[in-house]
Design a protein around this ligand. Structure first.
Ligand SMILES: NC(=O)c1ccc[n+]([C@@H]2O[C@H](COP(=O)([O-])OP(=O)(O)OC[C@H]3O[C@@H](n4cnc5c(N)ncnc54)[C@H](OP(=O)(O)O)[C@@H]3O)[C@@H](O)[C@H]2O)c1
Length: 312
């Protein structure tokens, strides 16, 4: 590579400073500057961001590609990124490792009735509930992409029968694969625990809704580790009240953080975590970003290239 390439980071300042220091200490090929204190706009060729301030891209005349700091791109206004700039999401092993451990935790918590036992403990009740092996609990995954696949393998490794749903047909050893509208109905019918690991797009927004809850086996568990916009929150409250959904583990919500009065906070059938399913890890995240930029410099296509028309 000839010359030092300048990357502009736009996101949480503390992470930006840490990334800038590590890039400075580990490579002479790149310099990472942190918005809003960057040098000459003309030097910046790559932008890595969570969200992009309005008008920033227009001020960077030599920008060649944009990277999301995270695995998803739904937080970005895709229409505001010129079509000639490739956009890539973050693919790094730290995200997969964190997310799969989160899904394993949530599946086990629902399978072993943790929400019910937490409520019983608070009420001073000693009451065993029926105990079943993982082989008796079918897990359905919405999304069989990078994270859905990794989660499917982890959950299968714990002994649960696993099925999954994607946009295009897939064949994966040991996983019952479904796709399309009919496939969704088939997947829901065999999901004692349903896990959402979809990207948030026009097509997937609100997919966790009353109509789809009604297709689940009665008392099914729900895990949303995708995005808050996948869930119609009022429909979940109704489904929990009727017993159609037995309990839910939610890592993401429509508004983050939740309003102080939101019914999810104190709902005895909901376990809530503050969007921590996975976080881009510093070492592996920087390595993945720089590898991807090197790929671009060599004229190769980017890993995690986003298809704007699909929205993921
Ligand atoms: N909670 C957290 O902390 C956290 C952390 C990281 C990521 N996430 C979420 O996880 C999401 C998935 O990440 P990923 O890396 O696995 O994404 P990915 O590799 O792009 O996979 C997306 C999967 O969803 C499927 N899909 C998309 N639209 C669909 C539709 N309309 N109908 C059926 N299937 C559809 C895709 O089908 P095809 O395979 O046919 O394309 C693919 O299997 C991210 O977008 C983000 O929202 C959450």
């Amino acid at each position: 590579m000839t010359g030092r390439r300048v990357i502009l980071y736009c996101g949480a300042a503390a992470r930006g400073q840490a990334w800038a220091r590590i890039v400075h200490e580990t490579t002479e090929d790149f310099e990472l500057q942190v918005w809003p204190d960057f040098g000459a706009a003309n030097d910046i060729e790559y932008l890595v961001a969570w969200t992009i301030p309005t008008g920033l891209i227009a001020k960077l005349p030599r920008l060649r590609a944009v990277f999301s700091v995270g695995a998803g791109v739904d937080q970005l206004d895709l229409a505001a990124i010129p079509a000639n700039l490739p956009l890539a999401r973050m693919l790094e092993p730290g995200i997969e490792a964190c997310l799969t451990s989160y899904v394993a935790m949530a599946v086990l918590a629902l399978h072993r009735d943790l929400p019910a036992y937490l409520a019983q403990q608070r009420a001073g009740i000693w009451r065993p509930l029926p105990v079943h092996p993982p082989s008796a609990c079918r897990v359905g995954l919405l999304g069989l992409g990078r994270l859905g696949m990794a989660a499917a393998m982890t959950v299968r490794g714990l002994g649960f029968p696993v099925a999954g749903w994607s946009r295009l047909a897939k064949a994966i050893d040991g996983i019952a694969c479904h796709c399309g509208a009919d496939g969704l109905a088939r997947l829901l019918a065999v999901s004692d625990i349903l896990v959402c690991l979809l990207p948030l797009t026009v097509e997937t927004r609100g997919i966790l809704n009353a109509e789809n809850f009604a297709r689940l086996p009665r008392g099914a568990g729900l895990i949303n580790a995708g995005r808050g916009g996948h869930l119609v929150e009022a429909d979940l409250l109704d489904a929990l009240a009727s017993g159609q959904v037995g309990a839910a583990v939610l890592d993401v919500t429509e508004t983050e953080p939740l309003d102080a009065e939101h019914p999810f906070w104190r709902h005895e059938h909901i376990l809530l975590t503050p969007h921590v399913g996975a976080v881009t890890q510093t070492d592996t995240g920087i390595a993945a970003l720089l590898d991807n930029i090197r790929r671009h410099v060599r004229g190769e296509s980017l890993e995690g290239l986003v298809n704007r028309a699909r929205g993921y």
